[in-house]
Design a protein around this ligand. Structure first.
Ligand code: UT7
Length: 327
């Protein structure tokens, strides 16, 4: 008889670039181009108060490496023991190689498998689910799973409906094989009929950028889809694991908008004090938002060993998914 094999989080880490911009800073920047916004509008509609932007010359892999180093230290393990690196990002350093290979180079982890996952704001949940599958099947023993983004590079600062929403950052977990769970269940979805409601439609061809390389979003359409799928997928992963909403200690939805987070908690009948909120200080950091929120909550002592945590991602594609875990 073979013994059961699971994955569990051994440690987490995160990194925010030092340049912090308040809503007033963004409003002042937009005002120079005659575009009007205000701290009041942004806070009322989104709950965002500040975001961090990288300095010139700092790339996605730099943020990813800083978060990964912190996670390795928290897990008390050496990079040489890592045999899988997955980076979830929509803002990679280059067209290729993958940001995961650049992270591998900077960490000095030559030889292990390394690849990127592109599922926009659902990217971290996708990456964690893939790493869990690879660990449970014995393909990997210890994985670095990272969400890292430099969305400031793809924002249209002439479009006030999107540029006030996003920020840069990275979060990482060390996920390792274990005799007990760990990750309890996961589920991933996509619906390509909605590619147009959140996209960066440009590409590179013949040495030139073709199309628009800046973020486009139909905010109200994304909002409407998001609240429905976040409720459905949460219930589904709980069912799969034989758990109920009453078992959830902490809900960490993708940090897009406080109204989406609160509406998700309400639909699930979870009290707001079980909801992890970092969107106020980080803005929407896409694939980085969930591991950033997870790490901040663990380091502040909010999430403790043994707690049941429900992670939920939703974003461009349209993609969504969830992971239920015992920390
Ligand atoms: O990572 C996943 C993807 N992102 C999301 O989850 C975002 C989902 N959507 C949202 O969070 C919300 O739809 C937004 C925050 C983007 C917008 O909030 P909303 O309540 O849906 O506002 P709206 O788009 O219906 O716009 C309301 C008004 C409009 O003015 P009128 O037409 O009523 O005169 C906009 O022009 O607010 C105006 N507006 C702004 N005003 C000041 C839009 N952006 C701004 C702004 N400052 N930055």
């Amino acid at each position: 008889m073979t013994s059961a094999r699971y994955s569990r989080i051994a440690g987490t880490g995160s990194y925010l670039p030092p340049r912090r911009l308040t809503n007033d800073d963004i409003a002042a920047q937009l005002a120079r181009d005659g575009i009007e916004t205000s701290d009041t509008w942004i806070v009322e509609r989104t709950g965002i108060r500040a975001r961090h932007f990288v300095a010139d010359g700092v790339n996605c892999s730099d943020l990813a490496v800083a978060a990964a180093r912190a996670a390795l230290e928290a897990a008390d393990c050496d990079v040489a023991s890592v045999d899988l690196i997955i980076v979830a990002t929509s803002t990679p350093d280059m067209v290729f190689p993958s940001t995961a290979c650049l992270v591998q180079q900077k960490l000095g982890a030559a030889g292990c498998a390394a690849f990127d996952v592109q599922a926009v704001c659902s990217g971290f949940v996708y990456a964690l689910s893939v790493a869990d599958s690879m660990i449970r099947t014995g393909t990997a023993q210890r994985a670095l799973v990272i969400g890292a983004e430099v969305f400031s590079r793809i924002l249209d600062f002439k479009d006030r409906t999107t540029c006030v929403l996003f920020g840069d950052g990275a979060g990482a977990v060390v996920l390792e094989a274990s005799r007990s769970p760990g990750l309890l269940s996961s589920e991933l979805h996509a619906d390509g009929r909605h590619v147009d409601i959140l996209c960066v439609p440009g590409t590179v061809s013949g040495g030139q950028v073709l199309g628009d390389p800046l973020l486009k979003m139909d905010g109200p359409a994304v909002f409407k889809l998001a609240v429905g799928v976040l409720e459905d997928v949460a219930r589904s992963v709980l069912d799969k694991a034989g758990r109920t909403t009453g078992d959830v200690d902490w809900l960490i939805p993708h940090q897009a908008n406080i109204r989406i987070l609160q509406s998700t908690a309400k639909r699930l009948k979870l009290p707001f004090d079980k909801l992890v909120v970092t969107v106020d200080e980080h803005g929407n950091t896409s694939a980085a938002s969930i591991p950033l929120a997870l790490d901040v909550s663990i380091r502040s002592g909010k999430i403790a060993r043994g707690d049941t945590v429900l992670l939920e991602g939703v974003g461009g594609g349209f993609t969504w998914g969830a992971v239920l875990l015992d920390f």
